[in-house]
Each structure stands twice: as structure tokens, then as C-alpha cells.
Design a protein around this ligand. Structure first.
Ligand code: UDP
Ligand code: MN
Length: 270
């Protein structure tokens, strides 16, 4: 827990963990937390956060754990700065919001410093639609493939949802392997974790259903099966050019963000 400043003690040995480094992802975390609570989970809910204003989260009765970004080198930080990364490895499949800072993603790795036995990490742009507590019984490292376009997607993993076993030893080893000379992790923590856990266990796509599947692979969409919905690329609280095509998903997100418990049996099909 070195360098981590929790606002209260842990209550369970298992935790759902997310990360927020700015006000936009605080909005994301708000909807995520409401959605998790609606599943009746008995695990802790933890928000790792930097110096962002997390006041809106204080009323939600979750554990807030203040942290710094990782102590990476200047060379590493320059290589992974937003403009440098976008120039070297442009995003061609979708748009990254202006408030997305690639370097911040690496702070996810701090979850390995937490005192929990078992963690399920969730990006702040996800919603948990059904109870997923059973993932705590899954080993490290489980994640779903990065599916939103075609069969080739099954070769890559998505780091928006994964299972982990915190360990100071693992954390130190990760830092040593992350910030090596000339390191360039083109999709930041996702590329690093895919490399670090190269024999990752695959979760079914329903544990990390990416929003583009709604319009790109509608045959994969079955609301009853979806456990976690993930708004990769453009965020539901943003004005963006795919909003009209994603309207029912955005409405669902808005409903959770307001603290409502939506009727999941009444959602339209793609
Ligand atoms: N994140 C953050 N601030 C940033 C970038 C990322 O807090 O500037 C956190 C947040 O939890 C976010 C996750 O890291 O959900 C990964 O980023 P994002 O979800 O935007 O990436 P995508 O899913 O679009 O690849
Ligand atoms: Mn995400």
C-alpha cells in the first residue's frame, strides 16, 4: 500500500476497482458504481484516484484510494504523451476523447499494491448489468478479447475488465518490465498487460461487451447475456458523432448515472 492513501479501511477481501484521473472519468465512475450496487455485490468498491476532484463520489459510500501516477521516467512519459502516442500509433477505428490522457492509463497497475486478495478491475467507462461476483473465483489473469469488428479481434485482449491478485512482488516486477529503454506500449496498459500475461485466460465477450458491437456485429448482441457493457472510444457523456447510432446504450448509461435502476428486460434490440 506504499504511497496509497485510502479514505477508510477495507471491508472485504475482494474488491471491484476502477481508476479516475479527471472530472470526466468521475462521471463514468458514478454510473459504474450505481450499476455495481444494483447487482447486489458484497465485495468492496474501490476508486483509485489521482488529485482529481472526487467530491461527487463521496456520497456513494465507496472506498476512495488516492494515488499518484506511476513513477515512470521522463523518456517513458514523453514517448507515451498524448500527441506523441497519437502520432506514432494513430487511432483509426474510433475517436479518443480530448480528456483521455494515455499516460494515466498505466496507473491501473497500482491495483496490484492494494491489500485485497482478489480484484476485478473495471474501466470507469463500463456498466455492470448483472452480478459478476463469481469472477473473484477466477484466476489471475482473465480478460475478454477485444471484439468489435471481425474474427481477427479474438487474438487481442481488452484491458477494460480483468481479474487480478494483488501482490507487491508482482507490482515491482511490472514496474521493472514496463519502463525499460525504448519501451513503447502503443495501447498503453492494454499492450503491457497482454505482453506481461501473455497466456491470459479468455473470458466470454459478455464480460466486456464493447459498444461498437451494437452496430458493427449486431448478431453478437443479446441483452440477457451481457454482464458488462464497455463504452470504448467515445464516451456516453460526450457529444460525439456516433451518438445517434448508439442512442439506446447512451440512454441506459444516463439512467445509471442518475442513480435509477433501469428495466433491463425492456431494452430494444440492435
Ligand atoms: N483513465 C483515466 N483518465 C484518463 C485516461 C484513462 O482515469 O485520462 C482510466 C479510466 O478508468 C478509463 C481507463 O483508464 O476508463 C481506460 O481509458 P478509456 O476507458 O478511456 O480507454 P478505452 O476503453 O476507450 O480504450
Ligand atoms: Mn474503457
Amino acid at each position: 500500500m506504499e504511497g496509497l492513501r485510502p479514505d477508510r479501511p477495507a471491508r472485504d477481501a475482494r474488491a471491484f476497482v476502477t481508476l479516475v484521473t479527471n472530472a470526466d472519468y468521475v462521471l463514468g465512475a458514478t454510473a459504474l458504481i450505481h450499476s455495481l450496487k444494483a447487482t447486489g455485490t458484497t465485495a468492496d468498491i474501490v476508486v483509485l484516484h489521482t488529485d482529481a476532484d472526487v467530491a461527487p463520489l463521496r456520497t456513494l459510500d465507496v472506498r476512495l484510494v488516492r494515488c499518484d501516477l506511476l513513477p515512470t521516467s521522463d523518456a517513458f512519459n514523453q514517448t507515451h504523451a498524448r500527441d506523441a502516442l497519437h502520432a506514432r500509433a494513430a487511432f483509426t477505428k474510433g475517436g479518443k476523447p480530448p480528456f483521455h490522457t494515455p499516460l494515466d492509463n498505466f496507473a491501473k497497475l497500482r491495483l496490484w499494491q492494494l491489500e485485497y486478495d482478489r480484484v476485478v478491475f473495471l474501466d470507469a467507462d463500463t456498466l455492470v448489468l448483472r452480478n459478476i461476483d463469481k469472477l473473484f473465483d477466477y484466476p489471475e489473469f482473465c480478460a475478454a478479447p477485444n471484439v468489435y469488428e471481425g474474427w481477427g479481434d479474438f487474438h487481442r485482449m481488452n484491458s477494460g475488465v480483468f481479474t487480478a491478485r494483488p501482490s507487491a512482488t508482482t507490482f515491482a516486477d511490472m514496474l521493472a518490465r514496463l519502463d525499460v529503454p525504448d519501451a513503447f506500449w502503443r495501447r498503453t496498459d492494454q499492450t503491457f498487460l497482454e505482453h506481461y500475461f501473455s497466456d491470459w485466460h479468455g473470458l466470454p465477450v459478455v464480460y466486456n461487451m464493447l459498444q461498437y458491437v451494437w452496430f458493427a456485429q449486431p448478431q453478437l448482441w443479446k441483452w440477457d447475456d451481457i454482464r458488462v457493457l464497455h463504452f470504448q472510444y467515445e464516451k456516453p457523456w460526450q457529444d460525439h458523432d456516433k451518438a445517434d447510432r448508439l442512442r439506446p446504450l447512451i440512454d441506459l448509461w444516463t439512467s445509471y448515472a442518475r442513480g435509477e435502476v433501469p428495466d433491463l428486460s425492456a431494452l430494444p434490440n440492435p
